[in-house]
Design a binder for this molecule. Structure first.
Ligand code: MF3
Ligand code: CO
Length: 256
């Protein structure tokens, strides 16, 4: 069953998502050559705490392992779930994916973006642009009456037409009281398949796109997912409410 959020749940989702987005926006401002991903994670931890929220990543359990960091910070060929490290110093020309998931008042907001560190190679710059555009095209499909496969198909065809690889092993998801609720939202698939979109769903739509092949593998730390061919990878994500009036992005930063 796909949870449908009542007005009270939606109100709380708005709050947690606004916090997640504000933390992400401020974390992005800290990205620069010379900073370590450990320092970025500590900044993320402090930002989350400053809103009275909790990292939904820290302690998150997957196959009997608990995620040790507060945010997910994935550099270059790292796709998702990179763990901040003092050894990882950002350099000019790198890209870094920032993924912030917070819980506030019992509800979870989830969002991510990939940002360049200084100047990146032209094809890498294009990778970020195409991944973000694919997210927004996918969101446009999150319309009441459509099916999940309409999101999946739109993302896949846009990305593949531009010569990039769409990751298959990780997918978007419903989000609410839990970080991962039904439905799964693959970034590949066929139109008019999957669950029907109804009013009051909150969906985390999140294309992960590789500059090269779509294949990925997980490092020995049990978390960090990297591209098999070593090519860079990008990740953009929003939490979206499927309102009667159309899709509404909930992960919008608060004006400061
Ligand atoms: N946005 C990621 C997801 O939807 C966040 C994962 S947090 C982790 O799966 F704890 F699993 F690392
Ligand atoms: Co997510």
């Amino acid at each position: 069953m796909i949870p449908i959020k009542n007005p009270e749940a939606i109100k709380r989702m708005r709050e947690s998502c606004a916090i997640a987005a504000t933390v992400l926006a401020r974390l992005k401002e800290q990205v620069r050559p010379g900073i370590t991903t450990y320092d970025l994670d500590q900044i993320g931890r402090d930002l989350i705490a400053s809103f009275g929220a909790r990292s939904a990543c820290h302690g998150y359990q997957l196959h009997s392992r608990r995620y040790p960091a507060y945010t997910c910070l994935s550099v270059n060929d790292e796709v998702v779930h990179g763990i901040g490290s003092l050894k990882r110093i950002l350099r000019d020309g790198d890209i870094i994916s920032l993924d912030v998931v917070v819980e506030y008042n019992g509800y979870i907001g989830d969002n991510a973006m990939t940002v360049p560190v200084g100047a990146t190679a032209p094809r890498t710059t294009e990778l970020l642009k195409v991944t973000e555009e694919a997210l927004y095209l996918g969101i446009k499909q999150a319309v009441v009456g459509n099916r999940i496969g309409d999101i999946s198909h739109t993302v896949q065809t846009y990305v593949e037409a531009r010569g990039f690889g769409i990751v298959r092993e990780m997918v978007g998801h419903g989000v609410g009281r839990e970080m991962h609720e039904e439905p799964q939202i693959p970034n590949f698939g066929r139109r008019n398949t999957g669950e029907k979109i109804k009013p009051g769903m909150t969906l985390a739509i999140e294309p992960m796109v590789n500059l090269g092949g779509y294949q990925v593998r997980t490092l020995a730390d049990g978390w960090t997912v990297v591209t098999t061919d070593g090519s860079p990878s990008a990740h953009f994500e929003h939490t979206v409410l499927t309102a009667d009036s159309g899709p509404e992005i909930l992960t919008i930063p608060r004006a400061s």
